[in-house]
Unconditional design. Structure first.
Length: 307
């Protein structure tokens, strides 16, 4: 099996030897060896399989990285701890203890409020977490929302055109009626903006308070059929997709003029959901995703298009 290698200066920085630049100086000064051989700048190594030493002292091996998808139930807090003693998302994930006898410390990437359900990512990859939560990274998030009443076509259009909240315009990237019930309606909503309680506040502003909210996709990740309250490791392909998207967004943000803003969502070139929206189709929804039974919307019913 081939080794998974990284640049030596990155390994040293992760092991606590300062910045990458200071780690490069250690290599340039000949103070770093890999399997007994003096390293040179540009070398790569696998810290899990090779012996890396600085001044003859082995470096500590970095913790393995974990990427966990959880289907958060209602009432669970999206933090690592809670002063009120409520159960958190971290409490739902049981991982084996590491060499030091403790389980790895996981951190939720972004949050769902206590009453919301669905996909939440937990990881101990600090670099990925920082990039995913940075304001310049506006990844699309897809929700199923059960709202009171049956929205009219004009209301759906208003949600897409946008409303003003706290003096700032905000809009859904996409909103589609998934299913009409007797007195309620399931919507499928795509947003990329990260304001607190955004979806709940926008649907409420036009007279349709939410009764249930489930996040079914975040960036390239899809909840699929993961049962409520259960978790799983991301696949290697999912981790690679997530890392590629984050790196692409970071590069895009770096090319923007200082103080500039992304192109308005009306441009299909730059809209996060200009391709087919991510997230599971109705046939792959978790069983917990329905609030009550009712008739499905026919293909000739009122449906929205992309704004």
């Amino acid at each position: 099996m081939p080794m998974e290698t990284e640049r030596l200066q990155k390994i040293l920085a992760s092991a606590g030897y300062g910045s990458r630049r200071s780690s490069e100086r250690l290599i340039e000064e000949g103070r770093v060896t890999v399997d007994g051989k003096t390293a040179t700048l540009g070398d790569q190594a696998d810290p899990s399989r090779q012996r890396i030493e600085v001044d003859g002292v082995p470096i500590s091996r970095p913790e393995p990285r974990f990427y966990i998808m959880l289907n958060k139930p209602r009432g669970i807090i999206s933090t690592t701890s809670d002063p009120q003693g409520r159960k958190t998302v971290v409490d739902l994930v049981n991982l084996p203890r590491l060499r030091r006898g403790e389980p790895p410390r996981l951190y939720p990437v972004g949050r769902l409020d206590a009453e919301s359900e669905g996909l939440i990512l937990l990881t101990n990859d600090g670099t990925l977490t920082q990039r995913l939560t940075h304001p310049s990274y506006e990844h699309p998030r897809v929700y199923r929302v059960l709202v009171e009443g049956l929205p009219e076509a004009a209301t759906l259009e208003r949600w897409k055109r946008g409303i003003t909240m706290e003096g700032r315009p905000t809009a859904f990237d996409q909103v589609t009626v998934e299913e009409e019930l007797r007195e309620n309606c399931w919507l499928r909503v795509t947003v990329h903006e990260g304001r607190k309680h955004l979806v709940r506040r926008v649907v409420s502003a036009l007279g349709h308070p939410p009764k249930r909210l489930i996040r079914v996709a975040m960036g390239p990740l899809e909840l699929g059929n993961l049962p409520l309250g259960r978790w799983r490791h991301l696949t290697d392909d999912e981790v690679r997709m997530l890392q590629r998207e984050v790196m692409g967004k970071s590069a895009e943000a770096g090319r923007r003029p200082r103080g500039g803003r992304p192109t308005r969502r009306g441009s299909s070139r730059n809209r996060p959901d200009s391709r087919r929206p991510s997230g599971p189709r109705s046939g792959s929804r978790p069983s917990s995703g329905r609030g009550d039974s009712g008739r499905k919307r026919s293909s000739g019913g009122r449906r929205s298009s992309k704004s």
